[in-house]
Ligand binder design. Structure first.
Ligand SMILES: O=C(CO)COP(=O)(O)O
Length: 256
C-alpha cells in the first residue's frame, strides 16, 4: 500500500509575511498527518520555512536544482545546498521549466541523479500539452519522458527511487482538471512504463496528480487506484483549500 503524498508547489509567490501565515495554518493542523505532506516554497524562503517546519511533520521541498555540482554557475542552486538546508524533496522537469527554460528530458534525468546522490527525493514531472493530447500523442510523450529518466537510473544504486507527478500541461493553472478517469488512465500507463524496468519497483513508486486540483475534485481524483497524491499549485497558497485536500488524501471529512 502506497502512502499518499500531498505537495504544495508555491511557484514564484509570496513574501515573508504570507509565508509565515501559511506555515502557521498548515503546520498547526498537520501534527500527525495521515498522509505525507510537503511544501515547495521559492528558494529564498526555504531557510525560513525550514525553521518553522522542523517542529512539524511537514517536509520541505525545492522547486528545482542545478544539474551541476558546484562552481561558477551564477544564479544556480545545487542539490548539496538543498540537502544542507533540510530539503527532503525537489520538483524536477516541471512543465513551466520545460517550456520557459528549455529543459529537455536529458536535463531532467541529470538533475534526478544529482538529487538522488545527496539523498533528496526527486518528484519528476511529466505531462502532455493539449495539442499532443488532441493529436493522439499523450502516451508517446509520457513514455518518452519516463523512459529517459528511468534509463538513467537503471545502472545506479538508486534504481526507481523517485516520485512521478503527472501534470497534464493543459490542466495547470487553467481551472480545467483531467477527469478522474482520464487521470487514472494516464497514471496506470505511467506505472506500466515503470513496470518494464521492474514490476515490483513500479508498485512502490508514488505517482501524484497535478493540474487544478482543488478541494471539490480532490476526493474523486485521490480515490483512484494509481493516484497516490497531489501536486498542488494555486490551491496550496490558500491554507483552507490545501488542508481540505490533505483531508481528502487522508480519507477524512473536510474540516472547515
Ligand atoms: O503546476 C502545478 C503544480 O506543480 C499545478 O498548478 P495548479 O494547481 O495551479 O493548476
Amino acid at each position: 500500500m502506497r502512502r499518499k503524498l500531498v505537495v504544495g508547489n508555491w511557484k514564484m509567490n509570496g513574501n515573508r509575511q504570507t509565508v509565515l501565515e501559511l506555515l502557521g495554518a498548515i503546520g498547526a493542523r498537520t501534527a500527525r498527518p495521515e498522509c505525507d505532506v510537503a511544501i515547495c516554497p521559492p528558494f529564498v524562503y526555504l531557510d525560513l520555512c525550514e525553521r518553522v517546519l522542523s517542529a512539524t511533520a511537514v517536509a520541505l521541498g525545492a522547486q528545482d536544482l542545478s544539474e551541476h555540482a558546484n562552481g561558477a554557475r551564477t544564479g544556480e542552486v545545487s542539490a548539496t545546498m538543498l540537502a544542507d538546508l533540510g530539503c527532503r524533496y525537489v520538483l524536477l522537469g516541471h512543465s513551466e521549466r520545460r517550456t520557459s527554460h528549455g529543459e529537455c528530458d536529458e536535463t531532467v534525468a541529470r538533475k534526478t541523479l544529482r538529487a538522488l546522490a545527496v539523498g533528496l527525493n526527486p518528484i519528476v514531472c511529466v505531462g502532455e500539452t493539449w495539442d499532443e493530447r488532441m493529436s493522439g500523442r499523450t502516451y508517446d510523450v509520457l513514455s518518452r519522458q519516463i523512459r529517459v529518466v528511468a534509463d538513467a537510473l537503471t545502472e545506479s544504486e538508486h534504481f526507481m527511487s523517485f516520485t512521478v507527478a503527472y501534470e497534464p500541461v493543459w490542466a495547470i493553472g487553467s481551472g480545467v482538471t483531467a477527469t478522474a478517469t482520464v487521470a487514472q488512465q494516464a497514471h496506470a500507463f505511467i506505472r506500466q512504463c515503470l513496470a518494464r524496468y521492474s514490476a515490483t519497483a513500479s508498485q512502490r513508486v508514488r505517482i501524484l496528480y497535478g493540474g487544478s486540483m482543488k478541494p471539490d475534485n480532490a476526493p474523486e481524483l485521490l480515490a483512484m487506484p494509481d493516484i497516490d497524491g497531489g501536486l498542488i499549485g494555486g490551491a496550496s497558497l490558500d491554507a483552507q483549500q490545501f488542508l481540505s485536500i490533505l483531508d481528502a488524501a487522508a480519507g477524512l471529512e473536510a474540516v472547515q
